[in-house]
Design a protein around this ligand. Structure first.
Ligand SMILES: [Zn+2]
Length: 241
């Protein structure tokens, strides 16, 4: 008869592996999470630069319209200058011409400043956009790599679940109940091997009398006095079960 306790240990091993796979399947690795965060930051920065560039261009357009208006005015004033009839009128028009010329100069300077700022912004924007595109591609690659890995893991999980179901048939119900009871309280570890006369889960020494009894009754349940887990003796190397 196959050792029931050994089956229980194997069963526990399967459960833990399935649990780990489930965890891995539902969690992106930190490297991908980090890439995702960087990508998000770059997308925001690119959008912000785009907004600023569009704002600059609108501002430039407004200034250019104003410049046209000023130049029209200047032309009119220069026309007026030829039609003045006295010194007073002449001085007044001249004053308008001077102030319009100043206005034109200031507006032109502002337009140049906006253009320079846009030029710098454009360089920064291109840099950000290129990095964003690179990040996008790295992120996509990492995600599809993760999904490919997942396919292997999904297949592995299915295989383990099948094995688990088959094994369940080999474990008598009272053993299974006891196992589930302890596992629920001990984060899934209900079975512990005896290693060097100690419980490998809690490191407490096992009474020699108990070890003796375990050797004589290989299918009986023995519980660790300290951690209350089911104890299993290590398998001898020449075991032929
Ligand atoms: Zn123990």
């Amino acid at each position: 008869m196959k050792n029931v306790l050994r089956n229980l240990l194997h069963y526990q091993d399967l459960l833990l592996k399935i649990r780990q796979l489930e965890h891995e399947l539902t969690t992106y690795p930190e490297s991908i999470e980090k890439l995702g965060r960087e990508l998000k930051q770059h997308r925001i920065a690119v959008a912000r630069a785009e907004e600023q560039l569009s704002e600059n261009s609108k501002q430039k357009e407004r200034k250019e319209e104003y410049l046209v208006l000023c130049k029209d005015n200047l032309e009119k004033f220069e026309q007026d200058l030829m039609e003045v009839t006295n010194q007073k009128e002449y001085s007044a028009v001249l004053k308008e011409i001077d102030s319009t010329k100043r206005e034109i100069q200031e507006t032109e300077t502002t337009i140049i400043t906006i253009m320079e700022s846009s030029k710098e912004l454009e360089i920064e924007y291109e840099k950000l956009k290129n990095t964003m595109i690179q990040l996008e591609s790295t992120h996509n690659e990492a995600v599809s790599g993760f999904q490919e890995n997942n396919q292997e893991k999904i297949a592995e999980k299915k295989k383990l679940e099948k094995e688990k179901r088959a094994l369940e048939k080999d474990i008598p119900a009272p053993y299974m109940r006891k196992f589930n009871q302890i596992a629920a309280k001990r984060s899934g570890i209900a079975v512990s091997t005896v290693s060097g006369e100690c419980c490998s889960a809690c490191n407490m020494k096992i009474r020699p009398q108990m070890v003796n009894n375990m050797q004589r009754n290989p299918n009986e349940l023995f519980i660790c006095d300290n951690c209350q887990r089911i104890l299993v003796l290590p398998e001898p190397d020449d075991n032929d079960s």
